[in-house]
Design a protein around this ligand. Structure first.
Ligand SMILES: *Cc1c(COP(=O)(O)O)cnc(C)c1O
Length: 422
């Protein structure tokens, strides 16, 4: 039985049987007991389903995995210790030393650091592209060893909207999966699988949790990509670490997500903790309500700032003046809760405004119920070169606002008072 999105936010992933707890419990256990040695051996050989050890799977995390799979419309999901782990494994699961992938140039700063520096050490190279370029130009970046295309639905913090048709055409022509970071949109605002994506990842730390209480990541597999096209031998050839399991043959359309779990999560030990899965699942029960309010408040605050004489520019895709407003309307139900702006007088004056805000605290976070601000150039994107900052859409004066779900009049007053300080 399939339900509508709001119902899945509340109930998907956990359906208690007779006498079981109504709320999915926190299974705070590293281990699971068995009646025979053979049943453990079968688990180790991947011949049976079941939990074996909480580094690889756990019943509370499984509830969250099933919920996000239902919301995104995928066949399976994997919970990770952070969004960064989700990005790492999403790529590493199909790229090995000597491989290459293509990524959008407007990405989260932590993702750029991972792709540019850490993957380089592993022998995996990346080419950043501007998805505003014509498809024919983008196709020139495809190499014989290209294994994936990666982009964000709503880029953090550039707030560019992904041209899904173009990105998926590029991935299709290269016969590689399109991996989409759907953190800012969440499945409530956009379902990347309906627009050509093959794999979706999330920093669950953001809107899915929504209350700034737990760090976590998720990978979701649509289950329709053809891994047997000759480009992904690790999917189609025996895995010596599991007595010759062949992922595509033994697991069909779950090949990608099972391989990610039983190789990468097993080896790196970067699974989500059951406590965090419980908290994120609790947050997701109100995802649909919160996202409505985040979108509404952000649009109203963007309009307020746009008309303020001391503000030099506002960037919010929900504004009709935004360059990607048409793309937003095509792919997303709303522009989410993050906007950026600059004040007249630039970085120095902007800092004064940030310091004068009372409700909106300065913090290294986005996407929770409380409004907060951040100056990416000196904080989250500090490790990036000037060139990379420009590519990520971060100007020196940019202030990022994560608009919460407080009363909009109080938020407007907070910004009005702070802007009076300059
Ligand atoms: C925060 C963020 C990440 C990284 O997630 P963590 O949970 O902090 O590791 C990845 N992508 C986007 C778009 C993010 O905002």
């Amino acid at each position: 039985m399939s339900y509508r999105l709001e119902t899945d936010c509340v109930q998907a992933g956990w359906s208690p049987k007779n006498g079981e707890p109504r709320v999915a419990p926190i299974v705070q256990s590293t281990t699971y007991a068995y009646e025979s040695a053979k049943s453990v051996a079968d688990l180790f050989d991947l011949k049976a389903n079941g939990h074996m050890y909480s580094r690889i799977s756990n019943p509370t995390c499984e509830v969250l995995e099933n919920k996000i799979a239902a919301l995104e419309g995928g066949v399976g999901a994997l919970a990770t210790s952070a969004g960064q782990t989700a990005s790492t494994i999403a790529i590493a699961n199909i790229c090995t030393a000597g491989d290459h992938f293509i990524a959008s140039k407007s990405l989260y700063g932590g993702t750029v650091a991972l792709f540019t520096n850490t993957f380089k050490k592993l022998g995996i190279s990346v080419t950043y592209v501007d998805f505003n370029a014509p498809l024919e130009e983008l196709k020139k970046e495809v190499l014989p060893n290209t294994k994936a295309v990666f982009a964000e639905t709503i880029a953090n913090p550039a707030l560019d909207i992904l041209d899904f048709d173009k990105a998926s055409s590029l991935a299709k022509s290269a016969e590689v999966p399109l991996i989409v970071d759907n953190t800012f949109a969440t499945p409530y605002l956009c379902k990347p699988f309906e627009h050509g994506a093959d794999i979706v990842i999330h920093s669950a730390t953001k809107y899915l949790d929504g209350h700034a209480v737990a760090v976590g990541g998720l990978i979701v597999d649509k289950g329709t990509f053809n891994w047997s096209n000759g480009k992904f031998p690790e999917m189609t050839e025996p895995d010596p670490s599991y007595h010759g399991v062949v992922y595509t043959k033994d697991f069909g359309n779950l090949a990608y997500i099972i391989k990610a779990r039983v190789q990468w999560i097993r080896d790196l030990g970067s699974y989500m903790s059951p406590m965090n899965a419980f908290l994120i699942n609790l947050g997701m029960e109100t995802l649909h309500l919160r996202m409505e309010k985040h979108c509404e408040n952000a649009l109203l605050l963007a309009k307020f700032l746009e008309s303020h004489p001391k503000v030099s520019w506002v960037n919010y895709p929900g504004l009709e003046s935004h360059k990607d407003h048409a793309l937003l309307n095509k792919y997303c139900k709303g522009a989410s809760g993050v906007l950026t702006f600059g004040v007249k007088g630039g970085e120095k004056e902007g800092e004064k405004v940030m310091n004068a805000l009372k409700l909106a605290k300065i913090l290294v976070h986005v996407a929770d119920v409380r409004t907060c601000v951040l100056h990416p150039a000196s904080m989250t994107h500090r490790q990036l070169s000037e060139e990379a900052l420009k590519d990520a859409g971060v100007s020196p004066d940019l202030i990022r606002v994560s608009v919460g779900i407080e009363n909009i009049e109080d938020l407007k007053e907070d910004f009005q008072n702070a802007l009076s300080a300059i």
